[in-house]
Design a protein around this ligand. Structure first.
Ligand SMILES: NC(=O)c1ccc[n+]([C@@H]2O[C@H](COP(=O)([O-])OP(=O)(O)OC[C@H]3O[C@@H](n4cnc5c(N)ncnc54)[C@H](O)[C@@H]3O)[C@@H](O)[C@H]2O)c1
Length: 305
């Protein structure tokens, strides 16, 4: 695949996985546009990218702000003359604590950034990418946690599960436009995500979780030993080139995922438990699939509701 001159839009680009993507795809020849909620960190990241010869532009953006997202999308087209070919929905925040202590503000922040930010990236850019007619590739970052929810991390994992689900649906939809769709599910990245609370907005400050120097240092001690962001971006590159739906470059995820999926499969009744019901329900769906025609597909992708 040629990366030369292709526009790559990357959320959360000032740090961690997203900055690694900016470096790797920039070195491959992409024209990079990074956004981040932290203006100073964004400027530093842009300076580093440019210092190594990468074509890089950027804007301060809170990805939960839909109007601002649209303005930045216009800015990308103005600066580079076209919408992105690569859309990396990478920004995310982390919060952990007992499920039962979660406040509405915990929900609104964790879901707002981790799921809402991805939704906003899709609704902002997918119609523009389709209209440009050049194809492309979308990679949204979820987490192995999106497959494995556990107490202490419920909200984060639930939001990440929804991101996996979204990518699964968009993949089928966008194939006809030549736009590939992947979901990156990391397990541990060397990044600054332990300090996520620093970007938490004041109006969503009320939390049911303990966040202090000790909890941040404890999390950081794990992330310090995570995968290098450029190495992770290399896995993303290979995932794009192979047009993989799931990019899960962490072998240690397999046993826990096997256990989870076996538990789910073991909960499905065998056909012998209800053979007549199975036959009748499947026959109905089969007829409906053949007869529904195109009634759900009449609206063009950029037509208003
Ligand atoms: N670090 C891990 O071990 C790990 C594991 C699994 C998944 N992930 C996911 O990887 C992605 C990247 O995280 P990272 O570990 O590189 O973290 P990071 O904190 O180093 O980078 C995230 C960046 O997103 C930015 N950001 C936060 N809120 C934002 C908002 N509202 N609008 C715009 N930008 C915002 C931050 O300022 C930061 O620069 C996230 O989606 C995260 O959930 C991380």
């Amino acid at each position: 695949m040629s990366y030369d001159g292709k526009v790559a839009f990357i959320t959360g680009g000032a740090s961690g996985a997203a900055f690694g993507q900016a470096q790797l795809f920039g070195r491959l020849g992409c024209r990079i546009f990074i956004v981040d909620v932290r203006g100073d960190a964004l400027e530093e990241a842009l300076a580093k990218l440019r210092a190594e010869g990468v074509t890089a532009e950027g804007a301060q953006l809170d990805i939960t702000d839909r109007a601002a997202f649209a303005r930045v999308a216009d800015q990308v087209e103005h600066v580079y003359g076209e919408p992105p070919y690569f859309l990396f929905n990478t920004a995310g925040v982390f919060a952990m604590g007992p499920s039962e202590s979660s406040t509405y503000e915990d929900y609104d922040w964790v879901f707002g950034v981790n799921l809402g930010g991805v939704i906003n990236g899709l609704v902002t850019f997918v119609p523009r990418m389709i209209k440009a007619g050049r194809g492309g590739h979308i990679v949204s970052t979820s987490s192995v946690g999106g497959f494995l929810t556990y107490d202490g991390n419920t909200l984060y994992c639930a939001a990440k599960a929804a991101v996996i689900s979204l990518m699964e649906g968009y993949r089928g939809a966008l194939e006809k436009y030549g736009i590939g769709v992947s979901v990156l599910c990391p397990m541990n990245i060397r990044s600054n995500i332990a300090r996520s609370a620093n970007t938490r907005p004041a109006h969503l400050a009320k939390t049911g979780y303990v966040v202090n120097d000790e909890t941040v240092a404890s999390l950081q001690s794990v992330y310090d030993h995570g995968m290098d962001p450029i190495e992770l971006a290399g896995h993303v590159r290979r995932g794009i080139e192979a047009n993989q739906l799931y990019i899960i470059p962490y072998p240690e995820a397999r046993p826990v995922m096997e256990q989870r999926y076996n538990e789910i499969l073991d909960s499905v009744l065998p056909v012998e438990a209800d053979p007549d019901g199975v036959a009748s329900r499947l026959a109905t769906i089969d007829v409906w699939m053949r007869e529904r025609g195109t009634i759900f597909e009449q609206k063009s992708p950029d037509a208003p509701a």
